[in-house]
Design a protein around this ligand. Structure first.
Ligand SMILES: *[C@@H]1O[C@H](CO)[C@@H](O)[C@H](O)[C@H]1NC(C)=O
Ligand SMILES: *[C@@H]1O[C@H](CO)[C@@H](O)[C@H](O)[C@H]1NC(C)=O
Ligand SMILES: *[C@@H]1O[C@H](CO)[C@@H](O)[C@H](O)[C@H]1NC(C)=O
Length: 453
């Protein structure tokens, strides 16, 4: 589709003559125009003049940027000319944030309209390539309940009554995500900020002026989805094992993946796998010793990852992060700041500086000052024995988290390792989806999780 003005100007040059030449000429003009605008946007962003420091919380942290990566070419049958090779992360960032700054010149608006009206050229970008913080990216996310419904757990509901650690004194709320630094966070909230466990509204509307949550800072911590998956799996494994009688939904042989426990019938037998009798003097030392498993546990994980469709987690610890930060309708909860567990300590220090003051002992503490709480025994599964192929499938299953939290793929998952529906090998990607009017663009994973072929 073309805009009215563009159509008129072309029609003006060659009234009535809708020859193939005219159409081809027109296509070239549009392409050149889009490309020029894209270049213009690049330059604008590079000089940092447009939206950058104006609309956003200056305390924000930018996710890591991958400025120069371009999209992989595909050999897919092309109905439209191939899109220009530009840094689409910049373009996507601009589209997502342009409605926040209406001082943009008109050319940008028409470029925007043109792109919105060109469904044949979907805007795709790489995970981690947006110039947005984790929290800003989440704001533009949509975790489609048709796909991720079973990942939306933890009483999120419509967002009006979400369980949080909350400090009235510091107007600080923390939303818990399993396996993403949550033990440390709850400890810090309780001991440093006098928080209690309660429920609060995290609906966007309640944070507006006069709303009941106005001025409350809502934080969460996220973690690289691949390394998180190993922890998630192990937690799910140990909680649903047949020897566990407490809170185990799968007692009496109802586990959906019973082969995870083949030949392991008791905790002692499990212990013998990661701490074989010939490697120990007594069972007591098994608790803290590095795992000596020979790959039998890793092989079970691999089999599970091959069979798992990514949509139906058999335990709450296997849920993705984005759905846990969303309402049951798939829209993001109001989160003001998302830290990552790669630099949890830096995160906590900056929270302390902001809320407790620069002279607080936490803000000034050396590397031992921040208490990192949590399960501290070593992982039983040796994740170094997990194949590259399995690791890449984990990235694919967790693509929602990579895209919506603007997290770069780990190195092992970069490159053309993923086969799309046409059998074309390409790199995992994210896309912008526009449903309705201006400002309706949503970040989506490039592909949804599905069962392995
Ligand atoms: C994690 O946070 C640190 C500090 O805030 C930042 O430097 C780093 O780029 C972040 N990592 C990712 C993967 O976004
Ligand atoms: C690995 O250990 C398990 C028992 O923990 C054993 O049954 C299996 O034979 C061992 N595999 C290899 C390849 O050594
Ligand atoms: C922190 O301590 C320094 C020196 O003791 C003092 O000059 C400064 O005003 C204090 N800052 C705050 C924010 O309390």
């Amino acid at each position: 589709m073309v805009t009215k003005t563009a159509r008129q100007s072309v029609a003006g040059t060659k009234r009535g003559g809708r020859s193939a030449t005219t159409i081809a000429l027109f296509a070239i003009i549009v392409l050149v125009f889009v490309y020029t605008v894209a270049l213009f946007i690049e330059v604008t962003l590079a000089t940092g003049k447009s939206y950058r420091e104006t609309q956003f919380d200056p305390k924000r942290k930018l996710g890591s940027m991958q400025m120069s990566r371009t999209l992989p070419e595909t050999n897919a049958p092309s109905r439209a000319p191939t899109p220009p090779r530009i840094s689409t992360g910049h373009l996507a960032t601009w589209i997502l944030t342009s409605h926040l700054n209406d001082k943009d010149v008109n050319t940008q608006h028409s470029a925007y309209e043109r792109m919105r009206q060109s469904p044949a050229v979907p805007l795709t970008f790489f995970p981690g390539s947006l110039q947005l913080s984790h929290a800003q990216a989440l704001k533009y996310c949509y975790a489609d309940p048709a796909v991720y419904k079973k990942h939306i757990q933890g009483k999120r509901g419509d967002g009006s009554n979400v369980p949080v650690s909350y400090s009235e004194k510091f107007k600080l709320a923390y939303v818990m995500l399993p396996k993403s630094g949550s033990s440390t966070a709850r400890y810090m909230l309780k001991n440093q900020f006098e928080a209690i466990e309660t429920s609060k509204s995290l609906q966007q509307i309640d944070f507006q002026a006069g709303g009941k949550m106005e001025g409350v800072e809502v934080i969460s911590f996220v973690r690289d989805p691949l390394s998180r998956f190993f922890s998630q799996y192990e937690e799910a494994f140990t909680r649903t094992a047949p020897w566990v009688t407490n809170d185990n939904p799968y007692i009496a042989n109802t586990h959906p993946y019973p082969y995870l426990f083949d030949n392991i019938h008791s905790y002692q037998e499990y212990e013998d796998v990661f701490c074989p009798p010939e490697t120990r003097k007594s069972r007591r030392e098994c608790i803290d010793k590095p795992s000596a498993e020979n790959g039998t546990l890793a092989a079970r994980l691999e089999r599970f990852v091959r069979n798992y469709d990514g949509r139906d987690p058999f335990d709450v610890h296997l849920t993705l992060q984005v759905p846990m930060l969303s309402t049951q309708n798939g829209y993001p909860l109001h989160i003001t700041q998302i830290y990552n567990t790669t630099d949890a300590e830096g995160g906590w220090k900056s929270i302390a500086r902001e809320l407790l003051g620069a002279n607080s002992s936490l803000a000034q503490s050396g590397s031992e000052g921040v208490v990192i709480e949590g399960r501290s025994y070593p992982r039983r599964l040796n994740s170094k024995l997990v194949s590259l192929e399995t690791q890449r499938r984990i990235c694919e299953l967790a693509l929602l988290d990579y895209c919506c939290l603007n997290l770069p793929l780990p190195e092992v998952c970069q490159g053309r390792h993923f086969k799309d529906d046409n059998g074309v090998e390409r790199e995992l990607f994210c896309k912008l989806e526009a449903k309705a009017g201006r400002g309706s663009e949503r970040i989506q994973p490039g592909v949804f999780p599905k069962e392995a072929a």
